[in-house]
Each structure stands twice: as C-alpha cells, then as structure tokens.
Ligand binder design. Structure first.
Ligand SMILES: [Zn+2]
Ligand SMILES: [Zn+2]
Length: 256
C-alpha cells in the first residue's frame, strides 16, 4: 500500500495544502488538496473519494474534481455520511455555486453519491473499508482501510480526544491523525474537538492499554504557523512512547 499525502495542513498557501491522502493512486481520503496534487490523468485513475466530514478544508476539491471528470467523460464514487451529503448538495454542488455533478450528465452522472453507515463495512475493489465515528465539532467518520494483502491504516480525519470507542473497532498498522495545534492550545482542542501533541499522547496511551501495541503514527492537519513547535512537541511524544511519529508534508509517500 502506497500512501501519498496530498495535503498535510489545515490551511492553504504556496507550500501547504489542505487535508487529504491518496492510497495506491485509486482511493482518496478527503479532498482538501486533491486536484492541485494530481494530474488530469491521475484524477481519471481515481476510483473513489471518501469524505470524513463536511468542513471546507476536507471537501473543497469535489467540485473541481467533478468538473475535470465531467469534461473528460469520466465518473467517480463519493462516499460520506448523511451530513456531508446534505451540505455538498445544498451548498457546493447546488447548480448555483457550481453545477450539480450528482445529476449531470443525466444519463451517467459524473459523481455517484454513496451514503455510508457507521461501522458498516463495505468494499471498493480489493479494499475493505470500515467507517468509524470519531469526535469532532460536527458528525465525523474515520476510515479503516485494509488492502487485499491485509495491510491497514486508519485515517481519522478531524477529531478531538475521547477515542476509546473508536479504538475498540480498529487495529491498524498506521494511524493517520490530525494534530492541529501545539499544546498551548490544548483547552481549545478539547473544546473545539481537535488534537494537540499532548492530547494525542493521551489517546495513544489509551490505545496501547487496550490493544497492547502502538501503530506507526502520521500527523496531518497541522497549522502551518505552528509547524516548528509542533515538530518539537511531536518528537517528544515519539520519544516518550517509543513510537514512530512521521510529521507528514505535501507530497510525502509512505509504504506499508
Ligand atoms: Zn473539521
Ligand atoms: Zn479540518
């Protein structure tokens, strides 16, 4: 399994893109930095986009991807919960802000909406996908993705602390999880449902207590202005827990 980080930050700039990873060139998890990462041919090769929740930094490239595929005569499956479905069709792809590619062209729509149910596993090709609720300011779903060789990762999307129920459902080799801000913002994180290195450490300890091991960790959704301090605080967590923590960046590829 090859994991490419399209966006590893929570805001966009010349050097940073918003959330998203691409698995083996065919599955996209979130669409914050998708179209600016992939060539048109690579966009044509995507089989599905799985969205964790409806926040702009995770769904913004769905309209752009839709237009590229529409003009190329292609189509793609979009998977998400009920709330992202509602928000996408009400606001982004409402034929007002941008064409509704869920209905265009009428005979073969470019975007096919698949509404997922929490904890109901489904397959995309050789991949098994388990949607697992996480704790964010709006309903949000992480995805456990397992390939045909049994390699697995959990992409949490945006989440705050309190992941014990989530941990019960998963045993991945790699955990891709947000670490939005530094520990100075821990109270902000608890209240607004985001992680800091300290909050992540507490969640990893609860994972280890429950599962008896720790997966490799990749940190994403970082606030670019806090990057140097985040790097240092995440390195401390890695040392204290004796776990590999990769601080992701745009274009990084990891193999599982
Ligand atoms: Zn969010
Ligand atoms: Zn976000």
């Amino acid at each position: 399994m090859i994991i490419k980080f399209a966006g590893a930050h929570n805001t966009e700039s010349r050097n940073t893109r918003m959330s998203g990873v691409i698995i083996d060139g065919v599955l996209a998890l979130d669409a914050g930095g998708l179209t600016s990462t992939l060539t048109l041919e690579e966009q044509d090769s995507l089989k599905a986009v799985l969205l964790t929740h409806q926040h702009y930094d995770h769904v913004r490239d769905i309209p752009a991807l839709g237009m590229n595929l529409y003009l190329g005569g292609g189509s793609i499956d979009i998977y998400c919960g009920k709330e992202p479905q509602r928000v996408l069709t009400a606001y982004l792809l409402n034929d007002d802000l941008y064409p509704n590619f869920f209905h265009r062209p009428p005979d073969k729509p470019t975007l096919r909406m698949n509404v997922i149910e929490p904890l109901r596993e489904f397959s995309i090709g050789d991949y098994r996908i388990l949607p697992v609720p996480v704790g964010h300011s709006v309903p949000a779903t992480g995805y456990l993705v397992t390939d045909g060789d049994g390699k697995s990762l959990f992409y949490a999307g945006d989440t705050g602390p309190g992941l014990a129920d989530c941990w019960r459902q998963i045993a991945p080799q790699l955990l891709i999880i947000e670490v939005t801000a530094t520990d100075k913002f821990a109270e902000f994180g608890r209240k607004n449902r985001h992680m800091t290195p300290l909050l992540l450490k507490e969640e990893l300890l609860s994972f280890r207590d429950m599962k008896g091991y720790l997966p490799g960790v990749a940190a994403v959704h970082m606030s670019p202005r806090l990057q140097p301090e985040l790097d240092a605080q995440l390195a401390a967590v890695a040392r204290e827990l004796n776990v590999l923590v990769t601080v992701a960046h745009e274009g990084l590829e990891l193999g599982l």
